[in-house]
Write a protein that binds this ligand. Structure first.
Ligand code: AMP
Ligand code: MN
Ligand code: MN
Length: 345
């Protein structure tokens, strides 16, 4: 492959490579409730390193270490270890797709005690919480940064590694539909396909299958979707929620409802779409999407979350109506001097 143009300086690439070459065990961690980019970037680099003879452990800081069903096809899951087996004070810890230390959940204390902390990410909001940073806000996915790192480490991208990297690339670009879909993103996809991976197989796993129970829960959520034409600065808001009672009635696990926002956000009359999802512990995770006028990252950050201008989220312990009451006034148009908004989780 050819080196992609990045916002990351040569000294950072060199320092990252030196740290990895010099480390004994590498402790990898991605953000909690991992998506395709979080797991794909972590397992992709993990597999490439493990194949080169490095000792690698990987994890994420959810209370229960369970890979979402949609992502169970990803290679490299044999690298995953539960929190007790994860080094308490790693010599070198590497984080993936996490914009803040808090996004590491239960593994945040491990990151705090790591000798060196290499942060690999593409969120513009990244707080640079490590000792070395490979953070490129112009990258469509964290897997784009990882592909370049693998290249610079002299490691091989075989079909398994490519599958992980491609999963992050297609999920974060929304199958090459979002505004982050650059020529570099397509060029990377081309390189990954050269390894023989089957894009139709990934697409089916990621988007084109679900249990029957999903249709029932989706139907309930869509049935109560509310359009507020005057909200979001008069640009329109559409929102709905999925409670744990909805899911319990159909026996649907929490991780199956991630795609509800992709249906809700298609509404023409709304600039902003919001889906509130209750997890098994009664906490709510709120997904927000905008079409470019409203900066949802700013709104979510004000409520303790974050993300990208067109795709962001936050957690809430409040009842649905109260969460919406807190969010609604924050959904205002971006001042014109803000950089052009980006889309992608
Ligand atoms: P989601 O709606 O869960 O797909 O999340 C969209 C994007 O919002 C993610 O990729 C993250 O960048 C960000 N995000 C979601 N939840 C949070 C949170 N609790 N804190 C910070 N960022 C978040
Ligand atoms: Mn992510
Ligand atoms: Mn990402």
């Amino acid at each position: 492959m050819t080196a992609i143009e990045t916002a990351i300086g040569e000294p950072d690439w060199r320092r990252a490579a030196d740290l990895i070459h010099g480390a004994g065990t590498l402790a990898l961690a991605c953000h909690v409730s991992p998506d395709g980019d979080a797991l794909g970037s972590m397992l992709g680099l993990g597999l490439a390193l493990a194949r080169s003879g490095k000792k690698v452990v990987a994890s994420f800081g959810d209370r229960v270490l369970e890979v979402p069903r949609l992502l169970r096809f990803l290679p490299g899951q044999e690298l995953l270890v539960e929190a007790p087996a994860y080094p308490a004070e790693p010599d070198l810890m590497i984080t993936f797709d996490a914009s803040t230390m808090e996004r590491l959940g239960l593994l945040a204390p491990h990151a705090g005690k790591a000798g060196e902390l290499l942060v690999i990410d593409h969120h513009v909001s990244n707080t640079r919480f490590g000792t070395v940073h490979l953070v490129d806000p112009s990258a469509a996915s964290t897997t784009m940064v990882v592909e370049e790192l693998i290249h610079r480490l002299g490691l091989r991208v075989d079909r398994s590694v490519a599958t992980c990297l491609y999963a992050g690339l297609v999920t974060d670009t929304g199958s090459f539909r979002h505004s982050v879909t650059t020529p570099a993103a397509h060029a990377m996809a081309g390189r990954l396909l050269e390894t023989g991976l089957r894009p139709e197989e990934l697409a089916r796993e990621l988007w084109d299958r679900s249990p029957y129970a999903y249709l029932r829960v989706l139907g309930a959520a869509l049935g109560r979707a509310t359009l507020e034409p005057d909200a979001a600065g008069g640009h329109g808001l559409v929102w709905t929620f999925v409670s744990r009672a909805d899911r319990a009635a159909e026996g649907l696990p929490y991780d199956e409802v991630e795609g509800v926002i992709d249906v809700v956000r298609r509404v023409d009359e709304a600039e902003v779409a919001v889906v509130l999802k209750e997890d098994d512990d009664g906490g709510w995770n709120v997904s927000t999407r905008s079409k470019g006028v409203v900066d949802v990252a700013r709104a979510c950050a004000a409520l303790g979350g974050g993300g990208h201008a067109r795709a962001a989220g936050f957690s809430s312990a409040l009842p649905v109506a109260d969460t919406m009451a807190a969010l609604r006034p924050l959904l205002t148009s971006s001042p014109p001097h803000l950089p052009s908004p980006r889309t992608e989780p």
